[in-house]
Design a protein around this ligand. Structure first.
Ligand SMILES: *Cc1c(COP(=O)(O)O)cnc(C)c1O
Length: 371
C-alpha cells in the first residue's frame, strides 16, 4: 500500500498568482480579542473596520428576520426589488445597476471582466487595499501613486496612465485617509482619460458627505466610468455583504456575465430594500457621525496629536508606534486599526463611535501617548 500523506503538496499545482497573493488582514473580531485576553465580549469596542457605530436601520433588521422564514428558496438572482429601489434613489435605470456581495465583489468582477496578465491598474497609495489585491490576483500590475498631503493627486494619477492601463481607481472619501476630491477636479480628470481606460469611482463613504459628487453626467456622455457604493458603512449592513455599482448598460451586461447567479442572499436583499426606505435612520447616522468625528478631532487637537481631517466615519491619528498603541488599547478592550500594513507605522485609524465609545477611546489613548 502506498503511504498517503494527509497533507499533500498542492502548491505544485497552484496558479503562480495564487502562491504570491498577499493576504488581506481584517480588523480583529470582538470574539477573538475577548478569548485571547480573557475579556467579556460585551465590554469590548471595535473601532477598527469603519462599521456603523449606530447599528442598522430597525426596519432593515425586521425585514431580514422575516426573510429567514423562506430560506429554503434560492434568492432572486436578478435582485429585482433592490434594483427597483436603487434606481429611484440613484436616478438611474435598473439596467444600469449591478448588485455585489459587498462592493468588494464588484471590484473582483472588474478583474474577471477586464484584467489580462500584464495590464496596469492605477491607484493611490495608501488607498483601499482591495484594488491592489484584485489586480495581483489577475496577474495585473498595480501602479501605486503616492498621495500628496494624504490626498489623491489627480494630476499624478493622470501622469501614471500608460497605454497598458486598464483600470484607474479613485476612492473618495479615501480609506484609510478620509480625504475627498471635488466633483470639479474629478470631472476634469475623467474627461482627459484615454478611451482605453475605465475609471472606477469608489463611493463607499459618499453618504457621509453633505453633497457627494454626482458622476452620472460622465456616464451619460459615454465616458467609461463605474461608481461603486455599499450597504456596509452608513447603512450598517456590513455583516450581510451587499453593495452595488452603477454605470452604462454595456458595462453592467459584461459584469453580469462573470458573476455567480445567486451572489446576493435573500436576507441581504430585503434588508437593503428596507434600509433604502429608512431615510430617517441614515440622516441620524450622518448627524451623529459628524458630532462624533468632531469629538475625536477636537480631542486630538487638545492632545497635540496630528490627525488627518476626515470626511468619512473614521479618522487617522499619529500616535508614535502604531502597533504598540494598537496592542495597548486592545488590552483595554478597544480595537483600533494599526496602519503599518499601509506603510504608515506611526498611525492608527479609528472609526467614529458613539459618544461613550469615543470618550472611552480618548481616555485610554491619553494614557498611552502621554508625552
Ligand atoms: C468598506 C469599503 C468598501 C466596501 O466594502 P464591502 O465589500 O461593500 O463591504 C469599499 N471600498 C472602500 C474604500 C471601503 O472602505
Amino acid at each position: 500500500m502506498n503511504t498517503v500523506s494527509d497533507s499533500p503538496d498542492y502548491t505544485v499545482l497552484a496558479r503562480k498568482s495564487a502562491l504570491s497573493q498577499p493576504i488581506y488582514e481584517p480588523g480583529k473580531p470582538i470574539e477573538d480579542v475577548a478569548r485571547e485576553l480573557g475579556l467579556d465580549p460585551s465590554t469590548i469596542i471595535k473601532v477598527a473596520s469603519n462599521e456603523n457605530a449606530f447599528g442598522a436601520s430597525p426596519a432593515a433588521m425586521e425585514a431580514g428576520r422575516d426573510a429567514i422564514g423562506q430560506c429554503e428558496l434560492y434568492p432572486d438572482g436578478g435582485c429585482a426589488r433592490v434594483k427597483e429601489s436603487l434606481a429611484q434613489k440613484r436616478r438611474v435605470s435598473a439596467e444600469q445597476l449591478i448588485i455585489g456581495n459587498g462592493s468588494n465583489e464588484i471590484i473582483e468582477l472588474l478583474g474577471h471582466a477586464f484584467l489580462e496578465p500584464g495590464d496596469e491598474v492605477v491607484m493611490g497609495a495608501p488607498a483601499f487595499i482591495v484594488y491592489k489585491l484584485v489586480t495581483l490576483l489577475f496577474g495585473g500590475t498595480p501602479i501605486e501613486v503616492p498621495l500628496i498631503d494624504h490626498r489623491h493627486d489627480l494630476n499624478a494619477l493622470a501622469a501614471a496612465v500608460t497605454d497598458r492601463t486598464k483600470l484607474v481607481f479613485l476612492p473618495s472619501p479615501n480609506n484609510p485617509t478620509g480625504t475627498a476630491n471635488s466633483q470639479e477636479e474629478i470631472f476634469q480628470f475623467v474627461r482627459q482619460l484615454p478611451d482605453s481606460v475605465i475609471f472606477v469611482f469608489d463611493e463607499a463613504y459618499a453618504e457621509y458627505l453633505e453633497s457627494p459628487p454626482d458622476l452620472r453626467p460622465l456616464i451619460e456622455e459615454g465616458r467609461k466610468v463605474i461608481c461603486l457604493r455599499t450597504f456596509s458603512k452608513i447603512y450598517g449592513l456590513a455583516g450581510l455583504r451587499i453593495g452595488y455599482g452603477y454605470s452604462s448598460r454595456s458595462m453592467i451586461q459584461l459584469l453580469n456575465r462573470v458573476r455567480q447567479p445567486f451572489n446576493i442572499n435573500a436576507v441581504a436583499q430585503v434588508a437593503a430594500v428596507a434600509a433604502l426606505a429608512d431615510d430617517a435612520f441614515i440622516n441620524h447616522c450622518r448627524v451623529s457621525n459628524d458630532k462624533g468625528r468632531a469629538q475625536l478631532e477636537e480631542a486630538f487637537i487638545k492632545m497635540r496629536l496630528e490627525f488627518i481631517p476626515s470626511a468619512a466615519n473614521f479618522v487617522m491619528v499619529k500616535v508614535g508606534d502604531g502597533n504598540a498603541v494598537f496592542q495597548e488599547l486592545q488590552k483595554e478592550g478597544i480595537i483600533v486599526r494599526p496602519m503599518a500594513p499601509y506603510g504608515m507605522g506611526e498611525w492608527v485609524r479609528v472609526t467614529v463611535g458613539s459618544p461613550g465609545q469615543n470618550e472611552r477611546l480618548l481616555t485610554e489613548l491619553k494614557k498611552k501617548v502621554r508625552k
